[in-house]
Design a protein around this ligand. Structure first.
Ligand SMILES: [Zn+2]
Ligand SMILES: [Zn+2]
Length: 227
């Protein structure tokens, strides 16, 4: 895989085959004067992610916000380096604050990955079920999607030609150690289905388009239907 534009103004800039084997998929939204990054990878790939941003023709210093979809190391390990390089503000949900700001190695799953995590402050702490925030030219909607972790969030933007949904770790997995809750997750997936997004940017499985979006989320619900 290579860094590339996946939808007009939306780019894949990091991931297991792109920046580092431990990285989640990392996305970039072009919000006009500003750039918004969705997740940061596990840490070792942060330099490669920033190089990819540059290779796509963007100055990394334009990254003004970084959305941390939840507190797992493969999504947050790169925050400190990306924040240092760009001065971006970190957006995350209150219910994953202990993972992100205190860096508990069980909550972040850093112990599973064998990676050390440098805790980072959250600049914008989301608390409610849904929050809208205008960043540059784009209106971001952040939705609480607890289940995989208590503070998991999804984000969507309406781009004129379609609705783009960043739904990281739609596929689970689940663990009591992280505070996972499958019943909550099922309700969260129903919320994502209701959005009827045209594009789903997933945390590890890549990009789904059109009817594949509903198909993928429903297939995950089916996998866990007896649990
Ligand atoms: Zn996760
Ligand atoms: Zn993940």
């Amino acid at each position: 895989m290579e860094p590339k534009e996946i939808w007009r103004g939306i780019y894949l800039v990091g991931g297991a085959g792109i920046s580092h084997p431990a990285d989640c998929c990392v996305y970039l939204a072009d919000a006009g004067p500003k750039l918004v990054m969705i997740d940061a990878g596990a840490g070792s790939g942060a330099g490669a992610i920033l190089s990819n941003v540059e290779a796509l023709g963007f100055e990394p210093s334009r990254i003004s916000h970084l959305v941390a979809t939840h507190g797992h190391i493969d999504h947050i390990g790169g925050i400190s380096r990306i924040k240092e390089a760009t001065g971006c503000r970190v957006i995350a949900h209150r219910r994953d604050r202990d993972a992100i700001e205190l860096g508990d190695p069980a909550l972040t799953a850093a112990d599973l990955y064998g990676i050390e995590y440098w805790p980072e402050k959250i600049d914008t702490i989301l608390g409610g079920d849904e929050t809208a925030q205008k960043i540059g030219d784009l209106e971001f909607h952040f939705i609480a999607t607890p289940g995989h972790t208590p503070g998991s969030i999804a984000a969507y933007i309406d781009m004129g030609e379609g609705r783009v949904l960043f739904g990281q770790d739609v596929h689970g997995p689940f663990s009591d150690v992280w505070g996972s809750d499958i019943s909550e997750w099922k309700r969260s997936m129903e919320k994502l289905l209701e959005l009827e997004a045209d594009i789903l940017c997933e945390g590890h499985a890549g990009v789904f388009r059109g009817g594949e979006v509903r198909g993928y989320i429903e297939s995950q619900l089916l996998r866990y239907s007896r649990v």
